[in-house]
Write a protein of this length. Sequence first.
Length: 229
Amino acid sequence: MTAAGLDSGLAAQAEALHRRVDAGDEHLGWKVGLNALAVQAALGLDGIVVGFLTTATALEDGAPHSLAGAANPGVEPELAVRFGADVPADPSPEQIGAAIDAIAAAFEVVDLDRPLDDLHAILAANVFHRGLLVGAFDTARAGADLADLSVSVTRNGEAAGAVSAADAYGDLAEIVRFVTVRLQHMGEALRAGQFVIAGSLTPIVPVAPGDDVRADFGPLGTLELEFTD
């Protein structure tokens, strides 16, 4: 059984993406959303959902980001997985590993501005997405190996979360496979040159004007965002 609002929400999201691209934005890739099992269960989902990423919401490392208009903003530290080749629908782990050509550190700024009770509305509004910061891609990380990758996050110098990527994500290839499943509902696919941010590694870090969030991704470097009104 398909979760109520899944197909219609993904269709509305696809229309929104096409409007952005027609307006001149570059389509960068996709985001994983609703990766908390409790949220999936509440919405009747059998796994993650997706959102789209374009240059319209790209941010600069260390630059101030205004929270004007945000209702309940936060930061999610993630890994960005880039593809050097098109990924087929419902790919094997081997096909996914062969297609991944680099991994980078990433921040997603989200705004949880609506209840988690209307899947269509969540998807149509691009799954709470507000901003995206991606570090330098490391081509030595080709494939789906997360060994020795971890993140440690601080907000205003205070610890706000730490975890290994392998513990947080489990099977990265399975996450990517599920992305391809959702994209089929939208008439889309993972294309060479695109990337996927694979879901928050730690619980969301709430932010307010004046906050500074920094994440150390070990060999992938650090990212930092400062928030203003």
